[in-house]
Design a protein around this ligand. Structure first.
Ligand code: GUN
Length: 270
C-alpha cells in the first residue's frame, strides 16, 4: 500500500488548502496517508528529527513538506534531509540534478511541472521544436518545467526561453510562444494581446485577490485569480487552463503517481 506523509508547518491558508487536497486524494485512492501538522514555532532541529523518523518508516514511501516554511527554518536544510528515494516532490538536490541530466536518471519529476507536461501532451499540442516561453524562474515551477520540456525526449524537445522580472520586452517574448507557461504570481500579468493566436496557455498563478461566501457551504472562501486574464485570453488562445481547476488538480495527480512509483520501487517491483 503506497504510504504518503504531508507535513504542514503553521496554518498559512493556501498551504492548508493544498495539503487538504493532497490528503483527500490519497484517502480516495486508499493510500496509507498521514497528515502531520506542526506549530509555526517548531525548531529546525525538531523538524529535521521528524523527517528522519519518516525516512526510516517502512510504511511511508513519500514525504512532502509543504512550502513555504516559516522564515526561521532553512528550507534548503529541510529539503536536503528528505531521503531522495522518498522525495515525491522532486525537490532534493539529487533529484533536481537527475532531472537536469535527464533520461532514466530522473526518478521523481516535481509535481506541478510534471502535471503541466501531461496537460500539454494529452491535449495533443505538439511540443517537439515548439517555442516555449516560461514566465517565472522558481525552483517549484519555472526552472523544472523549462528543464522537462528541454529534454531530448518524447513530449519535450522544445526550444525554451525563461523570462523573469528583469526580462526586457516581456510582451514580445510572450507573443512568440507556441506554448506560454506563466508562473509569476502576478494577477492578470499576461494581457490578451501578448498571446499568439492559437497558442497553448498554461496559467500556474494562484493569486488570492479577496474573499467571498461559498454558495455550497456558506463558508468564507478565497477569490482566486490567475496570472492571465482568462476571459479575454480564451478568445485568442487555442488551449488555455482556468484558475482554479487547471494546473492545481494535476499537481495532486502527479504527487499520487510519484508516491505509487516510490512504493513500487521500495517493493522492488520497478
Ligand atoms: N508549495 C507550492 N507548491 C508546492 C509543491 O508542489 N510542493 C510543496 N511541498 N510545496 C509547495
Amino acid at each position: 500500500m503506497p504510504g504518503l506523509v504531508t507535513i504542514l508547518v503553521g496554518n498559512n491558508p493556501a498551504s492548508v488548502s493544498y495539503v487538504t487536497g493532497k490528503q483527500n486524494t490519497a484517502h480516495e485512492l486508499n493510500f496509507y496517508s498521514l497528515q502531520d501538522n506542526q506549530p509555526e514555532d517548531i525548531t529546525e532541529q525538531k523538524l529535521l528529527e521528524i523527517i528522519n523518523t519518516y525516512n526510516k518508516d517502512p510504511k511511508i514511501h513519500g514525504i512532502l513538506v509543504q512550502l513555504p516554511l516559516p522564515r526561521h527554518i532553512d528550507e534548503k536544510k529541510i529539503l536536503n534531509a528528505i531521503d531522495p528515494d522518498k522525495d515525491v516532490d522532486g525537490f532534493h538536490p539529487i533529484n533536481v540534478g537527475r532531472l537536469m541530466i535527464g533520461g532514466k536518471e530522473a526518478k521523481y519529476l516535481p509535481c506541478t511541472p510534471a502535471g503541466i507536461q501531461q496537460l500539454i501532451v494529452r491535449s495533443g499540442v505538439p511540443v517537439e521544436g515548439a517555442e516555449v516561453v516560461v514566465v517565472g524562474r522558481s525552483n517549484i515551477v519555472g526552472k523544472p518545467i523549462a528543464n522537462i520540456l528541454l529534454q531530448k525526449a518524447p513530449g519535450a524537445n522544445a526550444t525554451v526561453t525563461i523570462a523573469h522580472t528583469a526580462t526586457k520586452d516581456l510582451a514580445g517574448h510572450c507573443r512568440r510562444a507556441d506554448i506560454l507557461i506563466v508562473a509569476a504570481g502576478v494577477p492578470g500579468l499576461v494581457k490578451p494581446e501578448w498571446i499568439k493566436p492559437g497558442a497553448c496557455v498554461i496559467d500556474v498563478g494562484v493569486n488570492r485577490v479577496g474573499e467571498k461566501i461559498s454558495e455550497k457551504t456558506g463558508k468564507k472562501i478565497a477569490i482566486l485569480r490567475g496570472d492571465v486574464d482568462f476571459d479575454a485570453a480564451k478568445e485568442i488562445a487555442g488551449f488555455i487552463t482556468p484558475v482554479p481547476g487547471g494546473v492545481g488538480p494535476m499537481t495532486i495527480t502527479m504527487l499520487m503517481a510519484n508516491t505509487v512509483k516510490a512504493a513500487k520501487s521500495a517493493a522492488g517491483i520497478e
